[in-house]
Design a protein around this ligand. Structure first.
Ligand SMILES: CSC[C@@H](O)[C@@H](O)C(=O)COP(=O)(O)O
Length: 357
């Protein structure tokens, strides 16, 4: 399995996704501030992986605390949480994971649990979230596999794979599951400018599993759809509003509109921790703006003339009307999404799977 991130006795170890596909190197974060940097700098990225990384950051920070009384530890937990929450604004899994860790901490503190036991319990909670993430990806695969064609080409945008999760992937997990069930699928991976998640990461991890993969420039999908060369589209998500509007990597919206125009199903695969019932519709989703240099430079080389104005929104919102179905670990959601999401949210709240932040 591709080791995206791992809890170690001396910190959290991350596969450095900025170096892929040419180098497989690791970055060991030995304190929670370093975990925050790893998330902000996209050494680890992808909504579910960001969430579990933040949970491990909370566990790491608390485990290293020298506080001897609960009031001091409370203050440290708040600082650790705020630091990790300030890294990336769009993926709601980040806030969901931090809140889950805080809820666990608060329950332990309220029960007068000794500090060493609190530390051990938070490490165990983060490790459990890691295991649950892989299980959720496998369940999404099981629910979504039969939606994909028996034979054909599936387009994906960005990287919603093992590298974006603790393993197996959301959108790529569904593709993996379909192939494991005998579907003959090859993948078109949009390159996904400017960070090139598709060209660098999706292609790398699919080829690692011997899944036939073709990298497309971001402007090729329409022409290939028109030629009948794409049978389905599947992507991940960073935040799904209560009405089904879905934030995902910039460029997803264009692909969804093209898919609808060509009568091609457009699927979103995401765990319940990506659903944000507190945000009624997509206009309320915060969109991260990243540095202009990600657009102006490629591999250290300047690509644009000095003085050119630059836009670099990292995500866009695909209105629910373009989404054929949302595949979760608990089943497949269909329109009207207000109802199907609310129903699944009600079932999940009792199980603490949904964001309450
Ligand atoms: C299973 S990952 C789903 C999304 O997080 C993914 O599609 C995406 O947009 C990732 O963006 P990134 O900026 O690389 O973190």
């Amino acid at each position: 399995m591709i080791p995206t991130l791992e809890w170690l006795p001396n910190g959290v170890n991350f596969l450095d996704q900025t170096k892929l596909p040419l180098e497989e190197t690791y970055v060991l974060a030995t304190d929670y501030n370093q975990v925050a940097t790893v998330i902000r700098d996209m050494i680890v990225r992808g909504a579910p992986a960001i969430g579990v990384s933040a949970a491990m950051g909370v566990a790491l920070g608390v485990s290293q605390s020298t506080a001897t009384d609960i009031a001091s530890l409370n203050a440290e937990v708040a600082t650790i949480s705020d630091t990790l929450a300030a890294t990336r604004p769009t993926a709601v899994n980040l806030f969901w994971a931090i809140q889950r860790m805080r809820d666990r901490y608060n329950a332990l503190a309220a029960a007068n649990t000794p500090i060493p036991e609190i530390k051990a319990a938070l490490i165990a909670e983060a490790q459990q979230m890691y295991d649950e993430d892989i299980a959720a990806c496998k369940a999404m695969g099981a629910h979504g596999a039969e939606l994909l064609p028996q034979e054909g080409t599936v387009l994906t945008h960005c990287n919603a794979g093992a590298l974006a999760t603790c393993g197996y992937g959301t959108a790529l997990g569904v593709i993996r599951a379909a192939i494991e069930r005998g579907h003959k699928i090859d993948v078109f991976a949009d390159e996904t400018r400017p960070y090139l998640q598709g060209a660098r990461l999706t292609a790398w991890e699919l080829l690692h599993d011997n899944i036939p993969t073709t990298v497309l420039c971001d402007n090729m999908a329409g022409a290939l759809m028109r030629q009948g060369k794409i049978q389905a589209v599947i992507v991940g998500a960073d935040r799904i509003a209560a009405n089904g509007d879905t934030a995902n990597k910039i460029g997803t919206y264009s692909v969804a509109v093209l898919a609808k125009e060509h009568g091609i199903p457009f699927y979103v695969a995401a765990p319940l921790s990506t659903i944000d019932p507190a945000t009624p519709h997509g206009d309320g989703i915060p969109i991260e703006q990243r540095a202009a240099t990600e657009v102006t430079h490629s591999n250290g080389k300047q690509m644009t003339p000095n003085g050119a104005a630059i836009q670099n929104p990292a995500f866009d919102v695909t209105p629910a009307k373009y989404i054929t179905a949302i595949i979760t670990e608990h089943g497949v959601l269909r329109a009207p999404y207000e109802q199907s999401i609310a129903q699944m949210a009600a079932e999940a709240t009792t199980k603490r799977e949904l964001t309450t932040a």
